[in-house]
Write a protein that binds this ligand. Sequence first.
Ligand SMILES: Nc1nc2c(ncn2[C@@H]2O[C@H](COP(=O)(O)OP(=O)(O)OP(=O)(O)O)[C@@H](O)[C@H]2O)c(=O)[nH]1
Ligand SMILES: [Mg+2]
Length: 301
Amino acid sequence: MLERNRKQLVQLTQGNIRALSRSISLIENEREGSSEFLKLLPYSDKKVIGITGPPGAGKSTLTDCLINELIQQQKKVGVLCVDPSSPFTKGALLGDRIRMSAWFNNSNVFIRSLASRGDTGGLHPKIIEITDLMKAAPFDHIIIETVGAGQTETEIAALADTTVVVLVPEAGDEIQNMKSGLMEIADIFVLNKADRPEADRFEKNLKSMLQLSFSIKQKKAPVIKTVSTEKKGIDILLKNILLHQSNEIISDERFLLLAKKVYGMIQQKRMKDVNLQQLAENIAILSKAKEFNLYKFVEDF
Ligand SMILES: Nc1nc2c(ncn2[C@@H]2O[C@H](COP(=O)(O)OP(=O)(O)OP(=O)(O)O)[C@@H](O)[C@H]2O)c(=O)[nH]1
Ligand SMILES: [Mg+2]
């Protein structure tokens, strides 16, 4: 088993897309040997671009433009689309499939959709592992696209080295009402659908709001206007992403995210032999004998 995995990992690092696909499935489905496989992964400090924003903001269209731009520069791109089938994005899955098929025959592009969401409402239960697999493959750039909703925001921000928050000039004056979580995580703001008449006013409002912010990160965050359906503004966006990545240091949030992951994994390992049903049966027996004290039971366990 281990030998086969080793071979698969070598293929993955050499850019074998099928090996990468198989490895992701191995991890996603927790198949036999998956934890051994993960232990073989080499260290990587490859940078990750996170694209997030409200439903329908144009994240997928924008990601597509970025892929296109990078391909022009002879780069290899790996993309994870997290949760395209969430209730927020009804019908998006089909659209994403069609979109992805456009890259299907391009060996420099790999796109994988991760449809299921974690029980706890996080990004995806195996997102850290799968990102690590992507980092082991010879991609020049890794993009994770996700809807900014609930807890996912802080997670994507921690996982990505550069977080791009995509907004649309619909909110107009209501910028103040934008989900603050989304506003806080942005390293770069994209004002997509800049072909709309409200775009200039929205840009002005957004910029003045950012200037008033107490957060240095918000003050510094560039605002870039794009029309992704016309591939406009993409070159400037990419320049800003690369500039940010060249200055980026790993955030404390990343270490906290990893610490939480490790905490969960240790918990799982330690609790491996503890069975809830078995506990209930033991308690039932002890209770019948009128010998049961909950706290002593825990102590003796
Ligand atoms: N006018 C205009 N429409 C755009 C632009 N970018 C995207 N759209 C349209 O907006 C709609 C949503 O685009 P998507 O790229 O699917 O948006 P998304 O953020 O990925 O959506 P979800 O994944 O469903 O959250 C599509 O109909 C796009 O054609 C733009 O710059 N201008
Ligand atoms: Mg999308």
